[in-house]
Design a protein around this ligand. Sequence first.
Ligand code: NAD
Length: 382
Amino acid sequence: MSGINWNECSVDFGEASYPYYFGEDCLDRIVASMAGYGADRFLVVTDDNVLQLHGEKLLPALARVAPVDVFSRPAGDGAKSLHNLGACLEQAIAAGASRQSVVVAFGGGVPGNLAGVVASLLFRGVRLVHIPTTTVAAMDSVISLKQAINSTHGKNHIGTYRTPEAVYFDAGLLSTLPSKQLRSGLCEATKNCLAIRPQSIAQMRDRLAAGDLASPQTLLWLLEESLEAKCSVMAQDTYEQRAGLILEYGHTVGHAVEMCDQRLRGSDGLSHGEAVMLGMLAAARISNAMGALDDAAVAVHEELARALGVGTEMPGGLLIEDVMDVVRVDNKRGYLTVSGEEAAMVLLGRLGVPLGSHDLPLTAVPLGIVKEAVATLVPDNQ
Ligand SMILES: NC(=O)c1ccc[n+]([C@@H]2O[C@H](COP(=O)([O-])OP(=O)(O)OC[C@H]3O[C@@H](n4cnc5c(N)ncnc54)[C@H](O)[C@@H]3O)[C@@H](O)[C@H]2O)c1
């Protein structure tokens, strides 16, 4: 991205395709491009941090194109709620939204997902654009059609698929991102290396060792890696319901830990990526216990977690039974027939190779084995 003010690539997922524009300090170009939509108004979905840090850079310029309504909530996964979905839809309609309106997701994966569901439901579907401001959003959630909010029972239970008109990524917006959130996106990129592209593990190690994770070169490399990994599996599985489920590696236990931690500590808790990394450690140990993944591959997981600088244990206070309650209602249920005493999980047989089939990379895991793996994440002093 260094020296590149404006660039474009295409996200191609078989049936769906959309442009991904990226550059540095390019909000003027973004607004100029969005002026081409002929929108009668923009509904900007964001969170209070992003609004405070970057709202002034985008909103006045956008308002010169069409009226802007802002829906903002306190940051954190708790914002992905049915309550906020309803409130956002009502606000949009009260403000005068029409089928010609455009929903703008401005922020991380949380506002992005909420905006995606809103764009799907408002008048049975209006246009959606993403302006991601976190590594998770820029490198992961916008490279997917999945849009979801949480139920009170678990993560991403209520959702839709929505193809955006475009993604606009201004790397300059990431200059304010705390290191913890920067690393969060790198955890998802590490997942892609472990589960899909082990040939990239060496380069990931080098990048992590070199530091300067926010450099434009590193961000560009991450973006290219993520597009390569995700498009390779989604070319044949646009909706991530078969081969694309490999992208859920680490997410069964990861989502459960994320949700339990969110209930305890709100937005001060684990980042999404940190939770997924814990979920990958659990998945690797489960696969190892089931005689599939060898010790060396498990050690690679642990080494990368340390290199990422993220924790290898759950935060104190999280209870194994609470985590297991969320695992039991994981949103992958139903893709694979499992008994009430099993969870359908993505496991690896080798690095880059799922256990089970490439076409449906899920394994029925006895809940007792999952629980033992979750127990390995409990801090020694708890
Ligand atoms: N396929 C998908 O749709 C998909 C994929 C991955 C993750 N997700 C979802 O995305 C969410 C996680 O995304 P996230 O990690 O971006 O969370 P997030 O949106 O909560 O952002 C993380 C934190 O960073 C702050 N922030 C955002 N941009 C900032 C900036 N430029 N400077 C300073 N602070 C900034 C936010 O206010 C928040 O506190 C989860 O809900 C997860 O389920 C969805």
